[in-house]
Ligand binder design. Structure first.
Ligand SMILES: [Zn+2]
Length: 78
């Protein structure tokens, strides 16, 4: 049996987002139901080319579409 206490986590919703590739501001649509842009937060492992660096960037839908058009293997649609 478990008893729980309710913990309210502080949630951050972005107010403005800019595409790192094209620099345009992305008009945020329904951030609570899934963003209309790609957000990447990546911590590179030690020994990798970026050796422990943390990278963060966002891409608009147009730039995401362009990026995946260059993939040899398309992203898996779940
Ligand atoms: Zn873009």
């Amino acid at each position: 049996m478990r008893e729980y206490k309710i913990v309210i986590k502080e949630e951050k919703l972005p107010t403005r987002v800019f595409c790192n590739r094209c620099g345009r501001e992305i008009k945020i649509i329904h951030p609570e139901s899934g963003a209309n842009y790609l957000s990447v937060d990546k911590l590179w492992g030690y020994g990798s080319r970026f050796d422990g660096e943390a990278h963060s960037f966002d891409l608009c839908e147009d730039c995401y579409e362009l990026m995946i058009s260059e993939f040899k293997i398309s992203p898996k649609k779940l």
